[in-house]
Design a protein around this ligand. Sequence first.
Ligand code: ADP
Ligand code: ADP
Length: 228
Amino acid sequence: MIEVKNLQKVYQNGDIKVPALKNVSLTVKEGEFVAIMGSSGSGKSTFMNILGCLDKPTSGEYLLDGIPIQDRNEEELSDIRNLKIGFVFQSFNLIPRTSSLKNVELPLLYARKNQNDRRKKAISILEKVGLKERIHHMPNELSGGQRQRVAIARALANEPPLILADEPTGNLDSKSGDEVMEIFKKLNDEGVTIILVTHEPEIAQHCKRIVAFKDGVLIKDELVKNRL
Ligand code: ADP
Ligand code: ADP
């Protein structure tokens, strides 16, 4: 599903060149569940932004489902994101003063689904993440864990084959974090490929594979033993 070869990213900071990714190669097959680890500044966000087609590498190759991303224009990249990728963030990024239901319906509106289909689909996904009783609540009426589950439901609205999650449990207590990881595991069991950034070894232990970066270099790539 993902094939990255000799990826380099260099940021230009005034006169200074900042190498953020150095010669990174990685293959992720459909159905994998990968944790990305590494200390602050190691290149994790840069890598995720490239995987998410939000940014382009300075050099190297990125194939998503066989499509070479470096050759696509902005409009094509936007279509690829909408069709193939669900994004989940540390800070949830829900629309305030807007119900769970409306938050989840939004990507379906962008996908030009009619109102009836939008509502049905949004309700069924919110049920799936255990929020049947919270569909009319506003984000500020929900706990952090519940907000993240709304955000996951929103990411799933258009049934993307790939979920990219940047520190999805970073703002949650450990119980809510585990609940979120259980949802990811269920999705992964259903065939969704998941790539997730985390600082927490315990969260990474729920995944099937751990990849780590240090100073822009991929320094570790291991299968998880004794998975939680
Ligand atoms: P992480 O997500 O692991 O904290 P980042 O990918 O954000 O790491 O950063 C990797 C390196 O690139 C760091 O040295 C960071 O300072 C630098 N960097 C990130 N974004 C930019 C940018 N927009 N401009 C210049 N340097 C950047
Ligand atoms: P953090 O995980 O540190 O809270 P964010 O999740 O807010 O950071 O943002 C991570 C990256 O994703 C940023 O580069 C941002 O521009 C991008 N981004 C934020 N919201 C969206 C969105 N709804 N769709 C696509 N990209 C987004």
